[in-house]
Design a protein around this ligand. Structure first.
Ligand code: FPP
Length: 258
C-alpha cells in the first residue's frame, strides 16, 4: 500500500498528529467553488455556501487535531459586495449562524476566534458576533481560527501605510526608519506568523487579494476539488505535498555545491 493510500485510510476521524508529516504552523485557505458545487447539484448558491460552512467546521476540527496553530480562511472579500444582494445577505447570516451553531465544538476544542478586515462597514449583528466571539475566546489556547471577512490585501496594506504616514506626521517615526517590522506591526494581526501553506480549492490559479503581504514566502497548493467536497483526506494530501517542499526563502542549501 502506498504512503498516500495508507494516510487516506487513516485519515477519517483518527488522531493523525503522530504521523511523520511536517504540520504547517499556519494554513490559509481560499475556500472557492461553493457556487459551482451548488450548480452541479442543482441547488441554489446559498445552499452551496451553507455546505461550505459545514466544511469549515470539519476542517477546523481536523486542523485542531493535527496540531496546526493558525487557520486563516477567506470568507468574504472587499470585492464580494459586488455579488447580488441576496447572496451577500446569505454570507452575513452565515457569519452569525456559524458561531452560534458551532459554539460548543469551538469551546470544547479550545479554538480561539480572530478576525481580519473592515468591521465598520458590516451590519450590526455581524459586528456584535465578531466582538463577542473574539472576547469570549481570547483566553483559549488551541487552534486560532482567523476569519478574513470584508478583507482585502490591498486595503490592509493601504491601512498600514496610512498608519505609518500618520506616525511620521506626528514625528514619532522617521520615513527612512520604516522597515518590514514596522510594516508588519501595522497590519491587522501583527502577532500572527505568515502562512506556511496556502490552499486554494476549485482549481483557480490566483491570490484574489488574499494576504498579499503575508504570502511572500508561503507554499501554494491548488486542488480542483470544490470547497464543499474538501475533506480531511484532501487536507492531508495538501500537507503531504507541503512536507516535501524545500523552503529556502531566497537562499540556497547550506551544503549545496552549485
Ligand atoms: C467562494 O466561492 C466562496 C465565498 C465567496 C465564500 C466562502 C464562504 C464559505 C465557505 C462559507 C463559510 C462562511 C462563513 C461566513 C462562516 P464562490 O461562491 O465564488 O464559488 P464559485 O466560484 O464556484 O461561484
Amino acid at each position: 500500500m502506498s504512503w498516500i493510500k495508507w494516510l487516506k485510510s487513516k485519515a477519517h476521524k483518527t488522531d493523525f498528529s503522530q504521523s511523520a508529516l511536517t504540520i504547517p504552523e499556519h494554513i490559509a485557505i481560499i475556500m472557492d467553488g461553493n457556487g459551482r458545487w451548488a450548480k452541479k447539484h442543482h441547488l441554489s448558491r446559498s445552499l452551496g455556501h451553507r455546505e461550505g460552512a459545514e466544511r469549515l467546521h470539519d476542517i477546523t476540527d481536523a486542523c485542531g487535531r493535527l496540531g496546526v496553530r493558525y487557520l486563516t480562511v477567506y470568507t468574504f472579500s472587499t470585492e464580494n459586495w459586488k455579488r447580488p444582494a441576496a447572496e451577500v445577505q446569505t454570507l452575513m447570516d452565515l457569519f452569525v449562524e456559524f458561531f452560534h451553531k458551532y459554539d460548543s465544538m469551538l469551546r470544547q476544542n479550545d479554538v480561539r476566534l480572530r478576525f481580519m478586515g473592515d468591521k465598520t462597514a458590516l451590519p450590526a449583528s455581524v459586528q456584535q458576533t465578531w466582538e463577542e466571539a473574539e472576547a469570549e475566546s481570547c483566553h483559549r489556547q488551541g487552534l486560532q481560527l482567523i476569519l478574513a471577512f470584508n478583507y482585502g490585501g490591498r486595503q490592509e496594506i493601504i491601512k498600514a501605510a496610512q498608519h505609518l504616514a500618520q506616525a511620521c506626521c506626528h514625528q514619532t517615526l522617521q520615513p527612512l526608519q520604516i522597515d518590514e517590522q514596522h510594516f508588519k506591526a501595522a497590519l491587522f494581526l501583527p502577532d500572527v506568523p505568515d502562512p506556511d501553506l496556502l490552499i486554494r480549492t476549485s482549481g483557480e490559479l490566483r491570490l484574489s487579494n488574499f494576504l498579499l503581504w503575508q504570502a511572500a514566502y508561503t507554499e501554494f497548493w491548488i486542488t480542483d476539488t470544490l470547497w464543499p467536497d474538501f475533506d480531511e483526506t484532501t487536507l492531508l494530501e495538501a500537507i503531504q505535498a507541503y512536507s516535501q517542499r524545500d523552503r529556502r526563502y531566497g537562499a540556497i542549501e547550506t551544503n549545496s555545491s552549485r
